[in-house]
Design a protein around this ligand. Structure first.
Ligand code: SF4
Length: 84
């Protein structure tokens, strides 16, 4: 019984963390979203950049300066030729 309560508490906490998570404003239009949804991009990138609004994202910095960058540029600035 106590174990069940702990599991429920954990689920509630996880849900609230998810709700408070700030997603990058570019995510809806970012190619990283598309590549991730197509199963071409490792979850690492969206989890550590897009879903936490990581200010270190190179794509985001270029986007905000209006500097063009290819769709297959990863959030760390490297080009991944397998992304098409
Ligand atoms: S890759 Fe960068 S710019 Fe694109 S959604 Fe993720 S954090 Fe935002």
């Amino acid at each position: 019984m106590e174990e069940t309560s702990l599991v429920i508490l954990l689920l509630v906490v996880m849900e609230s963390v998810k709700e408070n998570r700030k997603v990058c404003k570019w995510y809806p239009v970012c190619p990283m979203k598309r590549f991730y949804q197509q199963g071409k991009l490792d979850r690492f990138w969206v989890e550590n950049f897009c879903w936490v609004d990581n200010p270190e994202c190179v794509r985001r910095k270029l986007e905000e300066k209006g500097i063009a960058h290819p769709d297959n540029m990863l959030p760390d600035g490297r080009i991944d030729d397998t992304l098409k």
